[in-house]
Design a binder for this molecule. Sequence first.
Ligand SMILES: Cc1cc2nc3c(=O)[nH]c(=O)nc-3n(C[C@H](O)[C@H](O)[C@H](O)COP(=O)(O)O)c2cc1C
Length: 192
Amino acid sequence: MAKVISEDIGKYCQHFPAIATIVTAQANGRENAMAVAWHAPISVKPPLYGVSVSPKRFTYQLIADSKEFGINFLPFEMAELVASVGGSKGSETDKFQRFKIAKSKPVRTAVPILEAAYVAYECHLVDDRGYGDHRWLVGEIVATHLLKEVFTPDEVIDLDKVSPILYLGNELYVTTSKDTLKSLDRKVYGGR
Ligand SMILES: Cc1cc2nc3c(=O)[nH]c(=O)nc-3n(C[C@H](O)[C@H](O)[C@H](O)COP(=O)(O)O)c2cc1C
């Protein structure tokens, strides 16, 4: 198959599939949730996590005001909620009421944590920088909410217990298949 050099560089700058998450925030008596597919772990010590959020989002205003945010990883059965909070504006609607989103209590911040999340982070904002049309928000994780039973004793996500939500772009969602699981020891493969 022949490769082509794309004439539309921006169109392919997104690297999919990506895990779809829900970022939560609150400030000034308002709380909100938005879908985020552009995010990454940055550091273990201290635990830092980055999310790319357009300054046009209502969520961005809440994070800029409160200096904290939450990141919620949901099971594939909740993909509709990702599409719901990613297709509506917190400036116009209370998404928690409209989509009947159940919350659990945060422990180190005031950000809403989603009850359906199998992993959720509470983050203090430590950096907020503009790159092109988005802001790269770096949060220090100050609390991690875990549904312990979806992890194996080795702390690996157990695909028999939970399926992550993968976003393919173009409003398409998919999940993982355990049939494709491979155990590849890097020391063996890297020859170290
Ligand atoms: C699957 C999916 C992933 C998204 N990823 C991002 C993202 O990484 N960054 C971003 O700024 N917007 C992203 N969006 C768009 C926002 O979620 C959307 O604009 C939302 O309505 C913003 O809500 P708000 O205005 O209440 O903050 C995504 C939307 C979807 C459906």
